[in-house]
Design a protein around this ligand. Structure first.
Ligand SMILES: *Cc1c(COP(=O)(O)O)cnc(C)c1O
Length: 346
């Protein structure tokens, strides 16, 4: 990897990504397993994620915007892309130039796309009340004559297996599906795959779990995919009683060796990790001290005396732990990773 600048490294373990996709694939049974790679592959780099998953056999990619399709070009042989936001009037020209299908979610989108004569996917709303045709609209004749690749719906509460809305949405989709002449049906995101059985249909759309977030199917832990190493810009010795950082929230209880690293909330390292996060030097835990600021953070490296300026500090980027510490969801932690990292795909 090229690291011409002293920026933090975002290390993406593509073998772990593929292992997680295979775990969701196994749990998807006979359904084909796609991948949600919207929001730049949940912050990890959509094109690199697509290439790694395509090499492992993943054929169906999902993005939110047409601009995200453009960023994937050229597609590897056999890979297909669907655009979850469908097609807005402003997107039509770009959509006609790009090899992807819109997931049409309103009568207006259906009317607009029909004039192109091209295939599409359809989203029906079964209870989340975001995008999608109502089941009544879907069977009203509105879709007659369209070439529908995949009929989708999306679960509102898939991460809460006991929530009654799951079964209700599944029942509505099951009742609707035979009335729509689509090649395939798809309902499950990562959480939906974990619900198993009747939720799987013909195709699944896992996202967060591929990137190591949330629970694995059947409670099996997922492999962490993203890790961060941040360069030490300065090491300083702070006397007992002195404070460190904005707000002077940390006061050294003992003479403290402090590493100032180039990683801050502008890099998506959450400000809520202030006083709670950690770094590691080998096996030695180095607590984050004081406030995370925009471009830097400070760690107590008293117990790692060999750490020197220019070295890299491994940052604890355990999604579940950092989510609990910061109050930000695992989705936000991943998609909020900034643009300044040197990205290292392994
Ligand atoms: C984002 C998204 C997914 C993936 O959801 P995860 O919870 O990340 O697995 C699947 N389907 C749709 C329609 C989505 O918008």
């Amino acid at each position: 990897m090229s690291n011409r600048f002293a920026s933090a490294r975002l290390i993406v373990d593509t073998a772990a990504l593929v292992a997680n996709w295979r775990a969701f694939g196994a749990a998807s049974g006979v359904a084909e397993t796609g991948a949600a790679i919207k929001a730049d592959g949940y912050g990890l780099g959509a094109r690199a994620v697509m290439l790694a998953l395509a090499a492992a056999g993943c054929r169906e990619m999902f993005v939110a915007h047409w601009s995200e399709v453009a960023a994937l070009m050229p597609l590897p042989p056999g890979v297909r892309v669907a655009v979850l936001h469908g097609v807005a009037p402003a997107d039509v020209a770009a959509a006609l130039d790009l090899p992807a299908r819109p997931v049409l979610g309103s009568a207006a989108q259906v009317a607009e796309w029909r004039t192109t004569g091209r295939p599409c996917d359809i989203m029906v709303d079964t209870g989340i009340n975001r995008l999608g045709l109502s089941p009544a609209e879907a069977v009203s004749g509105l879709l007659d004559g369209l070439e529908i690749d995949t009929l989708h719906s999306h679960l509102a509460c898939a991460e809460q297996p006991d929530h009654p809305l799951n079964a209700l949405q599944c029942a509505r989709f099951t009742a609707l599906a035979p009335q729509i002449p689509a090649r395939r049906r798809a309902l499950a995101n990562s959480g939906g795959i974990t619900l198993g059985g009747e939720y799987l249909f013909d195709l699944t759309r896992p996202g967060i779990g591929l990137y190591g977030g949330g629970a694995g199917p059947g409670g099996v832990p997922l492999a962490p995919v993203a890790s961060i190493e941040a360069p030490v810009m300065q090491v300083r010795d702070v006397p007992a009683g002195d404070s460190v950082g904005y707000g002077a929230t940390f006061v050294a209880p003992r003479p403290t060796r402090v590493a100032v690293v180039a990683l801050g909330y502008a890099d998506g390292y959450p400000r809520g990790a202030s006083g709670r996060g950690s770094g590691f030097v080998g096996g030695t835990r180095c607590p984050l001290i004081g406030r995370v600021s925009m471009d830097m953070s400070c760690f107590d490296v008293t117990d790692a005396p060999a750490l020197a300026e220019g070295d890299l500090l491994t940052i604890d980027f355990d999604l579940a732990g950092l989510s609990a510490a910061s109050g930000r969801s695992q989705y936000e932690l991943l998609t909020g990773l900034g643009a300044r990292y040197a990205r290292d795909y392994r």
